[in-house]
Design a protein around this ligand. Sequence first.
Ligand code: MCN
Ligand code: CUN
Length: 769
Amino acid sequence: MSQALDEIKIGGLGASRKRVEDNRFIRGKGNYTDDITLPGMLHMEILRSPMAHARIKSIDTSKAWDIPGVHLVLTGEMMATRNLAWMPTLSYDTQAVLATDKVRFQGQEVACVIADDPYIAKDACEAIDVDYEPLPVIVNPEQAVAEGAPVIRDDKENQRDNVIFDWEVGDGGGTHRAFEQADVISRLKLHYPRSHPSPIECCGSIADFNRATSKLTVYMTTQAPHIIRAAVALVAELPEHMIRIISPDIGGGFGNKVPVYPGYVCSILASILLERPVKWIEDKTGNLISTGFARDIYLDGQMALRQDGKILAVRMHCDSDHGAFFSDAQPSKFKIGLLHSAFASYDIPVAHLTARGTYSNKAPGGVAYRCSFRVTEAMFFQERMVQAAADDLGIDQAEFRRMNFVRDEAFPHRTPFGFLTDSGQYAKCLDVGLKAIGYEDFRREQAEARKRGRLLGLGISTMTEPLGAGNSREYDILGIKMFDSAELKVHMTGKAIVRTGARTQGQGHETTWAQIVSHELGIPAEDVVVEEGDTDTAPFGMGTYASRSTPVAGAAVAMVSRKIRAKARKLAAHLLEVSEEDVEWELGRFYVRSAPDRGVTIQECAMAAYSNMPDGMEPGLENTAFYDPPNLTWPFAVYIATVEVDPETGVWDVLKLVAVDDCGVRINPMIVEGQIMGGLTVLPSAWETPGFELHSEVVTPCPHHPIGAKGIGECAAVGGPAAYVNAVMDALSGTGVRNIDMPLLPDRVWEAITYRRDVSGVPPVRSDD
Ligand code: MCN
Ligand code: CUN
């Protein structure tokens, strides 16, 4: 008889285990960067530019130096003597650490003061006298390429204009031919505005250089500690083994804590110069005006359609505003992230995307924001465009999607831009969603309400997200290939520690990685501790963003567990005195095939690894696995929102939101639901947050992931926005309004209803009459 453990009881795959990290968080016992105090620690503050574009005529720091308690005032000029005035970005550009020649965005770092406490440092910053000569300011791509526009990056030798790149992907000729066959061509232009990830905890670092040991330890808010270590080694030319990056608890990242910021660099240099720990904690204003933003792209697309509803081709152009430095975090190969994952949900024969990136006098970043490298923009545009096309053809929105979906049997499916999606049941997800929202009934109710002057709307959004970069053949950042690793140490009493190079920021890795070990080894999850974030102890990894942790680091956890199990099997054979081939595995236990009652537990094997190993076997039960995924994982989701818009004020409320997410096998269903709700809510308060109805009945295991899981961390933030916007647009159907750019503030909605016209959010001005 089987003596396998009950996987849910031991907290394995599928168990809605409470998050173990919350034990300390809800008690206020988290350990964030700002909680750390080191002996002799000094404090750093940054002086930021009040101007968006100006030449620096002079910087006078003498008054700051005179303030008692000031230890160091850093300027770009001083940084330059150490070759640190500029640093490389993640997209092969350069970024000013402290400005020397010009300031290029409002909030740019101009100088730093290191003092006994942050208040002295702040006062000293105010005592620095900077003489600026203002220059014309550019705030959007149109201005950037206009005749006579000032060249923002005149620091770069061959830069004669404000264009960063012109990039294209897809089949231009084929797309052109398909458009010639079209019965109807549908067009949509929109702006996805700049957004800021806004984690509760701002960025910060404590650099601690110890002259005696030559070791540099940096505590910092980073989602990717190993990448930072490599960057510090290469940029500051310090030996990598003498650098230790520790990412303590993180109070939300959302992409904001991927880039390298000047504050980190300055605190490191200051600590080296002063030989004392230097702490820099950014304030909210600093975080909002200077750290990695997201979106800010202008999309113009056309869809070639056959009268019966078949999508024949898509043509897209994207103008993206990257701010003053091209510092996007994205795979090297792609200039505009994974924007070309657009239209992956649909079976579209051919497509062509052109993209132009430009500089502006705005903060750099392009980190995306809860989105796998610009897939939010891709999916938003996909779903807005699909809605517009369905309207143009007079076909029901749900039906139009269904007829163009990639069919279940068509996987793996090659998207028109060349990705290979792995699996899914798109139509089934849609059916579940339509049933849950009560589609037919709502349409009737909507028509009835219209007669009484009430505006109801229903918006559908789907998303197919490329999660889990690499594989290493195609994905790298600055040449560093994207894979991950996990290390598992099983102690003699059967307790274990698992470490990865990912870095949880609230996603619950401390809970879920233990569940994967449980699933593979039958060790109860509570007997497995998870540790991440310290480069001296964690194995190499590319970090946590683009929902790549489960697809890559999580897979590595499964693979290392399997290595441990393989060794445990040998130990079991030895203990049971049979040959390895006669040993069978069931959860938590090896047994003799011919005599199932004779068995040993995984814990007994662990003890044997330290006390009774067979002759010639290397002792211990520890291992590391590197995992280079064969492909991205491709979760799918359908989000359906219903709204009511007040025609008098433009205020709108969400009546209901139904989410159907298929992220493959769910490790921890409760954490997955938390991720979905967080993604659908993002920044608004609980007051604006509707009740969500989440569905988990569609599960398409990822065919190439060891436990069948796909990523989930960003899906709802990727697919959610279009559901809300489509719902408002649906409420306005018949008014001739085709688009309102986000944010859908009441005044914009009111303007659209009242004047029956599109409302564009294009800065800097919009005509108000
Ligand atoms: N999970 C699961 N089953 C699956 C997939 C995931 O149980 N099939 C679990 C995972 O084990 C993990 C969580 O769900 O505990 C999220 O997993 P995953 O989708 O792999 O995403 P990451 O862990 O890589 O998280 C990154 C993602 C990103 S990129 C942003 S941005 C974002 C997000 O997560 N930032 C967050 N969610 C966030 N949630 C919080 N609380 N804070 C942030 O900063
Ligand atoms: Cu894109 S924001 Mo998350 O990938 O860290």
